[in-house]
Design a protein around this ligand. Structure first.
Ligand SMILES: Cc1cc2nc3c(=O)[nH]c(=O)nc-3n(C[C@H](O)[C@H](O)[C@H](O)COP(=O)(O)OP(=O)(O)OC[C@H]3O[C@@H](n4cnc5c(N)ncnc54)[C@H](O)[C@@H]3O)c2cc1C
Length: 420
């Protein structure tokens, strides 16, 4: 039987980052993925927005640290991938703030200040100058288009925006994952694709390895669940029932950018209508900010519809409230992907009640950005001498963060959507 120090289930952006970090720490791992190549799972559909705008200091600090790695991607990888390198475009971005809602962002501003991320306020005039076609009425709360009050202004206005220079997006999330995979393989990690894990084995109530769909058994004292939207299934294989995650279906719409060059204006978050958007070539990509009026589209990760549906329609109509010059096309264009959602939309990077079994799951539609750091988070957790006190040093933001923030045992935070 083949033996490794660690088996990682999943070669998405999370699993590949863990593989690279473990290899750099001298730990021999095998990475197994059911799909034919790295990053072919939910990572492929990522909007890949990089932003430090989070309501908790730790989340903000890790995102800002990770951004530095995206900025210096080639140096971070230390290898040249024959497929080329993914590119981080630092476009900047804005969060629209309706009058009377400033306090909703107080925790985010505190986090930016604590971590030392620069931001500034945009006035109504600044917003109008930047986005000539923007409508600044407030339509909150976000509504569904079948609601009679959809599109009715509530009499308030968007008076401000929070502008951040230190954000943007990665042009190709699948290629970024390939880059991590390539660097990890060079560093000695073994990968097996088209290979499904069907069982997690135990010996004396500790993790002993995995069984593959071929029946082959592989042994390792440590197994990491990095299976994205399949995280719940893998947890059940390990007998773990006290960690809650669910797969949620999310559509991202593409519309042609109007003449106002909206596609070149960075990313924009509009919680007033319930969407986020960013440029993508000649298009504007429009995703959902998960307003409470939309029911969660909980899905079976092995059997879900990849067709664009009413979600697409809700999102494009909401975006067109803010930007009436967005032309809604007759034929829906976009992508359908799955989030792996935790109870509070904050990921779970932790050990579990089964010794030797670890999880890097619940990434809740917002952890692509952190992928370059997630590997180090998991390496620290796995190698910690005292598992109850695990800290990670973030050299770029010059902070140490307490990784219990990501504990499976934490009190759920009050974060309720992808913005976390
Ligand atoms: C529509 C959408 C938009 C997003 N936008 C953003 C964004 O703008 N910014 C941001 O930071 N994040 C964003 N995210 C989130 C981010 O993309 C994810 O958090 C991240 O890609 C998850 O990576 P992963 O490796 O955990 O999962 P995956 O990429 O899904 O990888 C998991 C892998 O596990 C494998 N697997 C599962 N079960 C088994 C098994 N039994 N045996 C072997 N292999 C198995 C799968 O084949 C898969 O390849 C978005 C996500 C989606 C879907």
């Amino acid at each position: 039987m083949k033996t490794f120090d660690v088996i990682i289930i999943g070669a998405g952006v999370v699993g590949c980052s863990i593989a690279l970090s473990l290899a750099r720490a001298g730990i021999r791992s095998l990475n197994v993925d059911a799909l034919p190549a790295p990053g072919y799972g939910s990572t492929s559909y990522s909007s890949a927005i990089i932003r430090p705008f989070y309501s908790h200091i730790t989340a903000c600090a890790i995102a800002h640290e990770s951004r530095a790695r995206w900025q210096h991607w080639s140096e971070f990888l230390g290898t040249a991938d024959p497929l080329g390198l993914a590119r981080y475009d630092e476009t900047g971005g804005v969060i629209l703030v309706a009058e009377g809602t400033e306090s909703d962002y107080a925790a985010n501003i505190d986090a930016l200040q604590a971590v030392g991320v620069e931001y500034h306020w945009l006035s109504e005039q600044d917003l109008q100058q930047k986005y000539p076609s923007i409508q600044l009425q407030s339509f909150a709360p976000p509504r569904r288009i079948e609601d009679d009050n959809f599109g009715q202004s509530n009499g308030q206005m968007i008076r401000k925006g929070i502008w951040l220079d230190a954000c943007g997006h990665v042009n190709d999330p699948q290629l970024a994952t390939h880059n991590l995979y390539h660097a990890a393989e060079r560093a000695g990690v073994e990968f097996r694709f088209n290979t499904r894990v069907t069982e997690i084995t135990q010996s004396n109530t500790s993790t002993a390895g995995v069984v593959l769909h071929t029946g082959e058994k592989i042994s390792a004292p440590i197994v990491i669940n990095a299976a994205g939207p399949h995280s719940k299934h893998i947890n059940l294989m390990a007998g773990i029932t006290n960690i809650e995650t669910r797969a949620e279906r999310h559509e991202v719409a593409y519309l042609k950018s109007p003449g106002s060059n909206m596609n070149q204006q960075g990313f924009l978050v509009d919680l007033d209508t319930g969407i986020y958007q960013r440029g993508d070539g000649a298009d504007v990509l429009i995703g959902s900010a998960d307003p409470t009026c939309d029911p969660a589209d909980v899905a079976d990760p092995d059997n879900y519809s990849t067709s664009l549906t009413g979600q697409w329609t809700q999102q494009v109509y909401r975006a067109a409230l803010r930007f009436p010059d967005l032309a809604i096309e007759n034929t829906a264009r976009g992508t359908v992907g799955l989030y792996d959602v935790s109870k509070d939309w904050i990921p779970i990077y932790d050990r579990t009640d089964l010794p030797g079994y670890f999880v890097a799951i619940g990434t809740s539609g917002n952890q692509f950005k952190n992928a370059p750091v997630i590997g180090d988070i998991m390496t620290r957790i796995i190698t910690a001498e005292d598992p109850d006190s695990v800290w990670l040093t973030l050299p770029n933001v010059q902070r140490e963060v307490d990784l219990s923030f990501y504990s499976r045992l934490r009190e759920p935070q009050n974060t309720k959507n992808v913005m976390a």
